[in-house]
Structure formats: structure tokens, C-alpha cells
Design a protein around this ligand. Sequence first.
Ligand code: ATP
Length: 218
Amino acid sequence: MKKQFAVIGLGRFGSSVCKELFKLGHEVLAIDISEDKVNDITNYVTHAAITNATDEKALNTLGIRNFDQVVVAIGDDIQSSILCTLLLKEMGVKKIWVKAQNYYHHRVLEKIGADRIVHPEQDMGIRIAQHIASEKIIDYIELSEDHSIVELIATEKVADQTLAQLDVRAKFGCTILGIKRGEDVNISPLPDDLILKSDVLIVIGHKNDLKRFEDEGM
Ligand code: ATP
């Protein structure tokens, strides 16, 4: 279903979010205070506006309250990021994502009711470190302090066994959500599905259980 998103702040992060949402077929309003940034994105979004996102009247004129989700990707100017989030909250925007610069910024955003707070550099750093540190891990997504999703390459140890034979949930407490084989992704694998060497297993679980599965099960 086509949704309406607004992205405020068109640095590298904000503009990537805009372009990807638009590619996915959604309506995207891109906003920045800089005319150059807005000109650069015009061909990749539905609408683009040169606007100071701390100006309540200007945000109202853009009808920002009607968007399904708004992403605040104002970086260095933490004060503007906080003020803009506060205005969006007061206007009743349903879901607000905010890029946080640091721990204190994160805490303030939490207090004023940002729905999702992201740290792209930190999150990407963690994902890449996990990938570098383990030959088996090819991707890593942190869901919370304790839980993650990892993509693991199937080794000989698990190859030619069905999910039922592996019984990962009983043995390690984690769950195989999907199996990637080349371009194909099986997102609801059945107990009788066979794992082949070099398949990619998408596994969710507690970090300790995932680590145990990676070390002992694979
Ligand atoms: P990235 O790392 O994603 O490139 P960044 O974290 O360095 O970005 P900045 O470049 O500081 O972030 O800010 C992102 C964008 O937010 C800039 O294009 C800037 O013009 C825009 N911006 C800053 N303040 C406002 C504001 N009040 N209203 C709208 N846009 C703003």
C-alpha cells in the first residue's frame, strides 16, 4: 500500500531514506532549510520543500500532520532537531523517527516522545564489526539490548539436515525465520525444509543463544 512519508534534513542519511522510500513506491516529501539540498533531491521524491523545520507555521502549511510517518534527520543542530520533533509531536504526527547524534540527544528525544530513535553510524558500525569478526555472520541487526537477528552461512555441520532435525529452538533457544538460497528467500520455512551448504540462515534470538548457536551449532 502506498504511504505518505516526510523526511526532514537531507544530509547523507536523510537523502538515502528519501530515495529508498520513493523507490519502494511511496509518496515522499523531502524538506531542508538549504536550497541546494532540496534542488539535489527533487528528481528522486514526490515533493521537495525549502523550509525551516523549526517554523511551526511552515510545517502546518506543508500539512505535515497528515503524513503516516515523519523522519527527522537533522544532524549537527541538535536544538533544531529537538524543537522540530516537539512541534511534530504537538501536531499529532502518528510516528516520528529521529536520528540522534549522541546519548544526551537520545535521552531528550525519548522524553519528548519520539517513537523511534536511530543512531545510523553506531548501528552500521556494530553490523560491520559483527561481520568482520565472524566468518559465519554476514549480517547483524540489533533489535534491543538483548535480542538480534543474524544472517549466518550454513556450514557443513548443518548442511543436508531438515529444520526439524536441527531443532535449533529446543537446542539453542533461537528461531530460524528464513532461508536464503541465491536470489530465493524462503520466509516461512517448514520443519521438513532441507538446509544446503552455503544457504544463508536468518535467525532471531537472544544474543547469548545466537552466539551459542554460531559457536556450537554451526
Ligand atoms: P549526514 O551524516 O546524514 O550527512 P549530518 O548528521 O551531518 O548528516 P547535517 O548535515 O548536520 O547532518 O544536517 C542534515 C541536514 O539537515 C542538512 O542538510 C541541513 O541543511 C538540514 N537542516 C539543519 N537544520 C534544519 C532546519 N532547521 N530545518 C530543515 N533542515 C535543516
